[in-house]
Design a protein around this ligand. Structure first.
Ligand code: NAP
Length: 304
């Protein structure tokens, strides 16, 4: 069997298009959705993520209110900004780019975001609601929500399935597990202390891999016909034909390529469907952030 390759770029573009259509209609009625971005310091990866998020806002007609703060800002000053944004009626989503500098208590800052503007879905109340039967948070975390969106768009049956999630982080593994549970999958969560992960994975109809270990999931770990969603993003060295590391002529540094947590080439011969890296889950995160911001705006406008 050769798996269906799930085109995350196409699905993300479809989600973004849906959001754009709704935003256009809202703006025509005088309702303008707004996202506040908060960037502390100037880590190149964080700057690049925030820039992409703001570009997506511009493309979709969402106002973005950018807040760039020095690395050495005090916790109290940052807290004051979060409180101000939480009270600002133009702002329907607050995105605090992580990680924050070490001197700032991340839990305190994320806990100060108004739960009705928590478009990243990281507020403990929203995460708690995600895990409770009969409760629904206004927002689910973007990357795990993107995993579910991909499964839905390819018609995977989640209810009644056996799902195995590799990884239990607050950002991906745990919320992905809770979302799958909420959709009536029977969920097993694996982490660094789990014994015989291969045997656990072989039971799975759905595998979500989010551990940050290149090509960890091999073909032998996958039941024929399973759906495999690879969240992992790992840089590995590019090798020359003789096995030595390839060096970039431009930078003089070893060349790297991105791979996921799944051995894509081998697993695609076993799975029913699989996401590539890059081009699978990656593009979904910002698309789901835009969807969450629209949801926050509709909630604020009394349109949900
Ligand atoms: P993380 O916070 O480092 O968590 C990794 C998880 O994997 C932990 O729960 C850890 O277990 C578990 N783990 C580590 N080694 C393991 C092993 N050998 N066997 C079983 N479990 C193991 O990572 P994260 O933030 O969740 O990210 C996971 C991956 O997803 C990374 O590659 C990251 O780059 C990627 N990611 C992608 C996106 C996106 O595409 N948009 C977004 C976020 C993250 P313990 O809890 O026991 O330590």
């Amino acid at each position: 069997m050769t798996a269906q390759i799930i085109d995350g770029k196409a699905v993300a573009a479809a989600v973004r298009n849906d959001v754009k259509e709704e935003v256009t209609k809202l703006r025509a009625q005088g309702f303008v959705p707004g996202l506040a971005t908060v960037l502390v310091g100037a880590r190149p990866d964080s700057v690049s993520y925030v820039t992409s998020k703001r570009q997506a806002c511009a493309e979709l007609g969402i106002e973005s209110y950018h807040n760039e703060l020095p690395e050495n800002i005090s916790q109290d000053e940052l807290l004051a900004l979060i409180n101000k944004l939480s009270a600002d009626s133009k702002v329907h989503g607050i995105l605090v780019q992580l990680p924050l500098p070490k001197h700032i208590n991340e839990e305190l800052i994320l806990g100060a975001v108004d739960i009705n503007k928590d478009v990243d879905g990281f507020h403990p109340i929203n995460v708690g609601k995600l895990g409770m039967k009969g409760r629904e948070p206004l927002f689910a975390p973007c990357t795990p929500a993107g995993v579910i969106e991909l499964l839905d768009r390819i018609g995977a049956k989640i209810s009644g399935s056996r799902a195995v999630v590799l990884g239990r982080s607050n950002i991906v593994g745990l919320p992905a597990s809770l979302l799958l549970l909420g959709r009536d999958a029977t969920v097993t969560i694996c982490h660094s202390r789990t014994k015989d992960i291969a045997a656990v994975c072989r039971e799975a109809d759905i595998i979500v891999a989010a551990i940050g270990k290149p090509k960890f999931v091999t073909a032998e770990m996958v039941k024929p016909g399973a759906y495999v969603i690879d969240v992992g993003v790992n840089g590995i060295p590019v090798l020359n034909p003789d096995g030595t590391p390839a060096i970039s002529e431009k930078t003089g540094k070893p060349k790297q390529k991105l791979v996921g947590d799944v051995d894509f080439d081998a697993v695609k011969e076993v799975a029913a469907a699989i996401t590539p890296v890059p081009g699978g889950v990656g593009p979904m995160t910002i698309a789901m952030l835009m969807k969450n911001t629209l949801r926050g705006a509709k909630h604020a406008f009394g349109l949900l």
